[in-house]
Write a protein that binds this ligand. Structure first.
Ligand code: PMP
Length: 430
């Protein structure tokens, strides 16, 4: 019989160690916001496969759509023989993306691939080379996206050199002492010291930093970026791989900006557990690369398209955007309440249902915002797993616990998870 322990031993022997693993658990089955491991132990899932399961594990409507597609055709390569679900998904995403201009869409398979292609498209349109990203940003594990990623450990270590013409400005983060003015100043310094503004193709920014720690980009910052971009013919790319597909209370988080990005990357929850990603954007920008310049064998696979179209339908039928707001408010209120009992919780924040707590050492019974508690975070996440709650940490200081629970989870399940979270924090402090 399979046990987590013997599977871990086989994994250690057979799988490259560079592939991280948050928990020493092997799954047997998942349903909505619950999973069962190979030893039949049940867990509440607050991780959602890193923001992929906004509609939960194996949503019946998504599984039904995929099964239907499986019986028709599974692959032709869209560049060889096209199919309607690709076109329909492109039409839907064009309608959903913010901005009063004509849009077009390119489908791919992973988030990193979407970001790679957004950069290719931005370069082709602007005929410029440089891209400015931000500290603590995460954009993927391919060479260009690693270059864009604003954190060395563990992502970049040993893998360089990365493509040139990538620069990092500071991401504003009031909690850690970086104001919007300071962030804009760091951008001005790059344009003074490193690259002439006429050579900058794009800014790429996450509406809410995901891996970096669930820090929300201030509205004022985005507006100032947009103004600077407009002034100099630079494109604004919103990396919505983690924030998109309804996580933040709107389909795209950038709908909540006062301004529209030129390009949006999206993936993860878009297809509710099946691999697909997209670049959506201004039609004339999307059309800059010539025929044959974009694509990929599996890019926009029929299975992924069918799943994504089903996800969109589920969002409408189950009113999941409103639910995303409600889940965010519910979690936010409960976590702020929890912070009155667990003083290490120095911040509760988020956008819609993209919610996190940030943990610090205490001083005189209060969170000391100068001392991030990475070890406490690690212990709490491990403790939660033992108690039956799957959590994920994140953050530049490794001291953030993020919640990416399915939006389809019941209030009772959210409550169960929160109780396990508090008990785990107390035990880790214990
Ligand atoms: N961009 C962001 C904002 C992400 O959060 C991620 C994944 N965590 C990626 C890009 C990369 O996506 P993928 O892992 O599907 O390549």
């Amino acid at each position: 019989t399979l046990t987590n322990e013997n599977l871990m031993a086989r994994r250690r022997a057979a799988v490259a160690r560079g592939v991280g693993q948050a928990h020493e658990v092997f799954v047997a089955r998942g349903s909505n916001a619950e999973v069962w491991d190979v030893e039949a132990r049940r867990y509440v899932d607050f991780a959602g496969g890193i923001a992929v399961l906004n509609t939960g594990h194996c949503h019946p409507a998504v599984i039904a759509a995929v099964k239907e597609q499986l019986d028709l055709y599974t692959h032709t390569c869209f560049q060889v023989l096209a199919y309607e679900p690709y076109v329909e998904l492109a039409e839907r995403l064009n309608q959903l993306a913010p901005g009063h201009f004509e849009k077009k869409t390119l489908l791919l398979s992973s988030g990193a691939e979407a970001v790679e292609n957004a950069v290719k498209i931005a370069r082709a349109y602007t005929r410029r080379s440089a891209v400015i990203a931000f500290t603590g940003g995460y954009h993927g594990r391919t060479m260009m996206t690693l270059g864009l990623t604003g954190k060395v450990q563990p992502y970049k270590t040993g893998f360089g050199p990365f493509p040139g013409e990538v620069f990092h400005a500071e991401f504003p983060n009031e909690l850690h002492g970086v104001s919007v003015d300071a962030a804009m100043h760091s951008l001005a310094l790059i344009l003074k010291n490193d690259v002439e503004v006429e050579r900058v193709a794009a800014f790429i920014v996450e509406p809410v930093q995901g891996e970096g720690g669930f820090y929300v980009a201030p509205r004022e910052f985005i507006e100032r970026l947009r103004a600077l971009a407009d002034q100099h013919g630079i494109l604004l790319i919103a990396d919505e791989v983690q924030t998109g597909a309804g996580r933040t209370g709107t389909w795209f988080a950038s709908e909540q900006w006062g301004v529209a990005p030129d390009l949006i990357t999206t993936a993860k929850s878009l297809a509710g557990g099946f691999p697909i990603s997209a670049v959506v954007g201004r039609a004339e920008v999307m059309d800059a690369p010539g025929p044959g310049g974009l694509g990929g064998t599996y890019a926009g696979s029929p299975i992924g398209c069918a799943a994504a179209l089903a996800v969109l339908k589920v969002f409408e039928e189950e009113q999941l955007l409103a639910r995303s707001q409600a889940v965010g408010e519910f979690l936010g209120a409960k976590l702020r309440d929890m912070a009155t009992r667990v003083p290490n919780i120095g911040d509760v924040r988020g956008l819609g249902a993209m919610v996190a707590i940030e943990l610090f050492e205490t001083r005189n019974g209060q969170a000391d915002l100068h001392r991030p508690a990475a070890e406490l975070t690690r212990r709490a996440v491990a403790e939660a797993c033992r108690r039956g709650l799957i959590l994920l940490s994140c953050g530049n200081y490794g001291n953030v616990i993020r919640i990416l629970v399915p939006l389809t989870a019941s209030d009772a399940l959210l409550q169960e998870g929160l109780l396990l979270l508090e008990a785990s924090l107390q035990a880790a402090l214990g």
